[in-house]
Design a protein around this ligand. Sequence first.
Ligand code: GLU
Length: 406
Amino acid sequence: MQNPFENAMRQLTRATAVKQFDSTFIEQISYPHREIRGHIPLRKDDGSLQMVEFYRVQHNNWRGPYKGGIRFHQDTDIEEVKALAFWMTLKCAVANIPMGGGKGGATINPKELSITELEQLSRAWMRALADVVGPQKDVPAPDVNTTPQIMAWMSDEYGKITGDRSGAVITGKPLEVGGSEGRGTATAQGGFYVFEALRLNFGLSDSCKVVIQGFGNAGEHAAELWLKAGHKIVAVSDSKSAVRNQNGLDIAALLEHKKTSGSVRDFAGGETFEGSELLFEPCDLLIPAALENQIREDNVARIQAKVVLELANGPTTPEADDVLFAKGVPVIPDILANSGGVTVSTYEWEQNIKGEHWSEADVFMKLKTNIQEQALQIFDQAKNLKTDLRRSAFILALERIAKAQK
Ligand code: GLU
């Protein structure tokens, strides 16, 4: 697998070849402020001990406190977390929210843990990092395999240690303990607003065939949102398998099937096929909503989508970007397309600090206005500079970060 941090740095170099920035600024933005890693002793239910490696990378805080999720995954490592933290710095700048970038993780498969083991791990992660996070320092959130329940345990642990029970230390919490309306669906919702803002520019109708890779928080909600808007979800995959139906999948039934069986595999309302083949299904819109390095030099020729919208972080490599751009397939980049998640996270943080609770309608109205403004700006700039949307998004972000540094 390609090193995601190296790919991220190549994206940076490619963007700064289109628009020049002060070289000392670019040098500084290429390094995280701080990388923390260590080991959490996890006592398993059977009495055995497992040492779990954990991370927090605080990439940059010139625009505000470090901000970004926590990933629990068996394959995560410091290079991945560094890349994700760097992308958060750019994403928060694209979203124009007062936050810097950070990311955290633990190398473990949480699906193999019991509920008590998961709670222990979550609380221990927060205990290990309680000194360096905080509402004005670093504000974590969910990412791959981390849930509102996990955020609640972490928020509670931080409250016990510091006495700060505002909840503003972490976002993506359940509503009952300071969560925001709309945070659960915000990543997909933001992606949908971006799609709606740009759809006609890409020549797409209001009844697209949509393929979604990944059926976690982002992918599931995307399926529901696009379906509700009149599009057809023709194929979906999760970490185990894929399922397709040219007439459109019944998403409510598929969600039910996944809940009971643990996977989309063998869903009666479609044909099960290899998850690794999902990306190559013919469609108007392809939504990668899983992990990095999915669309690469070795498989990009097989992509048949007319437009790619990245709800995952880092799903497309720079080489694949070039091939798609040359073919006229727009790639709506992660740092714009999935920025709805961190935007509503920031609304949650603001509500916690002020002791307020905003309605879902208010949250989504604010999100929509903000994210569509950024989307149009990035689109127009890409046209003017004759470059792709990723480079354009990078340039917009870098300009904002550079101003803050000054
Ligand atoms: N993990 C999400 C992301 O990659 C959300 C981060 C947040 O809400 O802070 O953008």
